[in-house]
Design a protein around this ligand. Structure first.
Ligand code: GLA
Length: 381
């Protein structure tokens, strides 16, 4: 349906048709705020994403139409041509980052639309970046590999959107594969696909619909805390390149030297890196109870040590416990967005019913429920 609408609109705006590309949002089972610390993450692409029809037109400008915003933007490919609309900045950033890497791209026309809920922590922006990075690389024969395409998206966030994010989201939307989660070592970029099809369980996201204004500056601040802690540890242990290299004991050694806040952030990260490995082991044994328990531990850490949760998400997490949900935690960067829940099929209806009812009573608006299916990432349709 989305495909048809995009095609129709493209014809209407630009006269004929182009080629169609797509990419996906992502979930992350465990391993949060570990990516920019060189640790492990465990994401997968989902069945909600973004589609774009694109046609190079031999010009030097980009003419883009966002169906979701019902807005048109036109901009050139030179550094000073940065467009006003935020959504267009992502496309502009991707173009600039490909050009910086030697890709010879020209102007094009595009119409795109997506169904990743915005601000829910499902990486709608990575879906947008990956779709265009993948597509432009194909259409203009730039010869970048998938790692580089993920970095194009990440650098777009850093240089054009003010978020000093890690590589997880763009990696997941470039490398995503149906029915698989991907364990990625963000230091070495080694990765492994894990088939994920937990029989008898469902993965469900509950969106608090809370969005915090200052999320990107708070995110960047977390990153700085981790860098401070790492620098202190490195004075004693020069081999430590990133926080994930540090042992818990080494962090304790510098406790008095760094602000308490930085200590707590680092304490969380060191624990979380280990939890990803424990979850992968548990999955291979089919031990979903352990997977779930680790998710609760992550939530505790994100809420009390890393402090990226909020009242609404803590409420959903406690409610999950009460409803005997196997695992539950805030997902993504935090400061609003979703909890991810691993729930036994037979408990699913009761849990969702209770969550919607109790949440609405307490906060005056209903949460949104998303069932997710692990799907393919960036591709040509
Ligand atoms: C955001 C960032 C990612 C990652 C997560 C937290 O989604 O874009 O790089 O740091 O937050 O795990």
């Amino acid at each position: 349906m989305m495909k048809q609408k995009i095609t129709d609109l493209f014809k209407e705006k630009f006269g004929s048709v182009g080629e169609m590309f797509a990419s996906a949002g992502r979930i992350n089972l465990i391993g949060e705020h570990t990516d920019y610390n060189g640790g492990y993450v465990f994401p997968g692409a989902i069945d909600k994403g973004l589609m774009a029809m694109i046609r190079p037109d031999g010009s030097n400008t980009v003419k883009a139409y966002s169906m979701d915003y019902d807005q048109f933007a036109e901009f050139g490919l030179e550094e000073e041509d940065k467009p006003e609309q935020q959504w267009a900045c992502y496309i502009f950033g991707v173009c600039r980052e490909i050009i910086k890497r030697g890709g010879k791209i020209g102007g094009f026309e595009t119409v795109f639309a997506g169904d990743v809920p915005l601000g829910a922590g499902l990486s709608s922006s990575a879906a947008l970046e990956s779709t265009f990075a993948f597509a432009l690389n194909e259409l203009f024969g730039c010869g970048l590999d998938k790692f580089e395409l993920a970095r194009v998206g990440q650098s777009t966030e850093h240089n054009y959107c003010g978020v000093k994010c890690g590589i997880m989201d763009q990696f997941a939307s470039c490398f995503g594969r149906k029915d698989c989660l991907i364990r990625l070592n963000c230091k070495t970029m080694e990765y492994k696909y894990f088939p994920f099809n937990p029989k008898g369980y469902k993965l469900v996201l509950i969106d608090s619909c809370v969005k915090h204004e200052l999320a990107s500056s708070a995110y960047n601040k977390r990153r700085e805390s981790c860098e401070n802690a790492t620098a202190a540890i490195r004075r004693n242990h020069p081999e430590v390149e990133c926080l994930s290299d540090a042992k818990r004991l080494w962090l304790d050694e510098v406790r008095e030297e760094i602000p308490e806040e930085d200590f707590l952030r680092a304490e969380y990260v060191i624990g979380e890196v280990q939890r990803v490995l424990d979850v992968c082991d548990a999955l291979e044994r089919g031990d979903y109870e352990t997977v779930g328990e680790m998710m609760y531990q992550t939530h505790f850490g994100l809420s009390k040590l890393y402090e990226v949760s909020c009242e609404e998400l803590d409420f959903l997490n406690r409610l999950a416990r009460k409803c005997d949900v196997t695992g539950s935690r805030v997902m993504g960067g935090g400061f609003g967005g979703c909890t991810i829940n691993l729930v036994k099929e037979e408990l699913y209806d009761a849990f969702i019913g209770e969550a919607v009812k109790k949440f609405t009573e307490k906060f005056g608006h209903a949460p949104k429920i998303y069932d997710v299916v692990i799907s393919d990432g960036a591709r040509k349709l």
